[in-house]
Design a protein around this ligand. Structure first.
Ligand SMILES: Cc1cc2nc3c(=O)[nH]c(=O)nc-3n(C[C@H](O)[C@H](O)[C@H](O)COP(=O)(O)OP(=O)(O)OC[C@H]3O[C@@H](n4cnc5c(N)ncnc54)[C@H](O)[C@@H]3O)c2cc1C
Length: 476
């Protein structure tokens, strides 16, 4: 009897305290006792790359999460105050309009504009086995399709924006979790507690209600969570470099040519310079890195310009198809083929190569855990979507937490996190499959495939409404 009365009393006290917290707009799930022996943060983000730092900034600027303590753990060193170097970095990303909107929402975009970025007004994609091509641009080239920004500048800008919320976000450099105690992962009493317990590399303990894994393609959070992960080597390396161009028209077009070994892409970074991403076989990538500057420039020009032996059957069918379409569709002068620029030099020591891998975690969430960015998905760079998908994860998770907190729910509760997972997988999986399909489609010279892809590409190129749909999807 006495025991039952005590239990009922305790339940009442507990529900009263939860209710009063709810009324105050603060739902705390932890008694001080349960959080003893360790530092506590409401939200811990593991990984302070572009996506993890962006997540910290988005959450800290979310009015509903103003009272939450956020800790950002970054394994790397603090690189100190950033000044824009004269020389362009060889690592760049083409940021789409929805990423620009997200970065603007927490003040990082204005920092980028104050540092360095370059607009892409037009995009031309063509192939070497047939004459098919496709172009993209907004009407009258009014709005950029994307902005090319160096990765270092994106990160530095977010770090500048984080300084405005430094009371809320604590950044710990050279810090990472080496032991994870996740709710439900083992049979210990502690694992039943509603928080994640992290043991850090300095031996200290950090507890949190919600852990976000933004720790890149080899994510420790993903591994600790036991998520089944799909991994596939593309059998390609991405060669990057900073290129100097010969004089010509304004350099605002992004170029991509599909070669049988993989696509070569040039992204504009200034009036006279472009950033190269050349996906090719690992042996070819090694050779390209070993070439002298002159030979490397010749190889790039050859890849962009050299007229390869065209597939005759595909060529004839394509010409017939073009004349039929020309009779029924209005001529699109903005969609005319333009000649790519001529590369005249490569910036010293700007060449590097990265193995290209497809990684997809079958789950993005579990109680009190969510993955974002490359920790959840890593894709081929051919569509320039990798970090954009990561920033879309940030926007979606921020919205999900807003909804959870505004109805008094626990931000780490699985019900809400599952909505995030569903919404993101609905966008990420089709993008990954399309990119994977394109990579396979253009990796063959088999005549029926060459015919199908050239007719398909030309059909899409001739129909502005279809191109508009593709552009809208790519920038969502
Ligand atoms: C050649 C190439 C070209 C590309 N071009 C484009 C493009 O044009 N557009 C585009 O959108 N994307 C592009 N991408 C993809 C883009 O670079 C990635 O999607 C992006 O860098 C992912 O960012 P992230 O923050 O998720 O991960 P990362 O950049 O990998 O950052 C992870 C961070 O976590 C830290 N970390 C790692 N482990 C731990 C740990 N255990 N604890 C704490 N911290 C940890 C790391 O130090 C790092 O700072 C390209 C990729 C390649 C290879």
């Amino acid at each position: 009897m006495a025991l039952r009365a005590a239990a009922t009393g305790a339940r009442r006290v507990l529900s009263q305290s939860i209710l009063s917290s709810l009324l105050k707009g603060k739902y705390s799930f932890y008694s001080t006792a349960s959080l003893q022996d360790g530092d506590f943060a409401d939200i811990v983000i593991s990984g302070g790359g572009m996506v993890g730092a962006g997540m910290a900034c988005a959450l800290a600027n979310n009015a509903l999460l103003r009272d939450k303590k956020i800790v950002l753990l970054e394994a790397g060193k603090d690189s100190g105050d950033f000044t824009v170097p004269d020389q362009f970095s060889n690592r760049t990303c083409a940021l789409n309009p929805s990423t620009v909107r997200l970065l603007s929402s927490f003040g990082a975009w204005s920092e980028i504009e104050g540092m360095r970025c370059f607009p892409v007004l037009r995009m031309q994609v063509w192939e070497s086995c047939a004459d098919a091509m496709i172009t993209f641009n907004n009407p009258d080239m009014s709005e950029p399709l994307a902005y090319v920004v160096e990765n270092d500048i994106i990160l530095a800008s977010i770090m500048c924006a984080l300084k405005n919320v430094k009371d809320q976000v604590e950044i710990r450099y050279e810090s990472k979790a080496v032991e994870f105690n996740l709710p439900g992962t083992d049979k210990s009493e502690e694992a039943k507690l509603p928080f994640v317990k992290l043991t850090l590399n300095d031996g200290s303990v950090l507890k949190t209600k919600f852990l976000i894994g933004a720790d890149g393609m080899n994510s420790a959070v993903r591994n600790a969570s036991g998520f089944h992960t799909l991994k596939r080597q593309y059998g390609q390396s991405g060669v990057v470099a900073t290129l100097m161009l010969g004089e010509g028209l304004s350099n605002t077009t992004a170029w991509q040519r599909f070669l049988p070994t993989g696509p070569i892409a040039l992204l504009p970074i200034s009036d006279t310079m472009s950033s190269l991403v050349w996906s090719t076989t690992p042996e070819h990538a090694r050779n390209l890195q070993e070439l002298s500057n002159e030979s490397f420039v010749d190889a790039v020009n050859d890849a962009l310009w050299h007229e390869r032996e065209k597939n005759e059957v595909a060529g004839k069918l394509l010409n017939g198809f073009k004349s039929v379409l020309n009779n029924i569709l209005p001529a699109d002068t903005e969609g005319m083929r333009q000649l790519p620029p001529t590369v005249i030099d490569v910036v010293e020591k700007s060449r590097a190569a990265f193995p290209l891998t497809l990684i997809h975690s079958s789950q993005y969430v579990r109680p009190r855990i969510a993955l974002i960015g490359d920790a959840a998905h890593r894709i081929h760079p051919l569509a320039g979507q990798g970090v954009n998908l990561g920033f879309s994860d940030v926007a979606c998770l921020n919205d999900t937490l807003t909804k959870a907190v505004s109805c008094g729910a626990d931000p780490g509760a699985l019900t809400h996190l599952l909505q995030y997972e569903t919404e993101r997988q609905r966008q990420n999986i089709p993008v990954m499959l399309t990119i994977d399909g394109l990579q396979r489609l253009y990796g063959t010279e088999f005549t029926p495939v060459v015919i199908a892809r050239s007719l398909g590409l030309h059909a899409v190129h001739s129909m502005p409404f279809l191109k508009k749909m593709i552009m809208e999807r790519a920038s969502a």
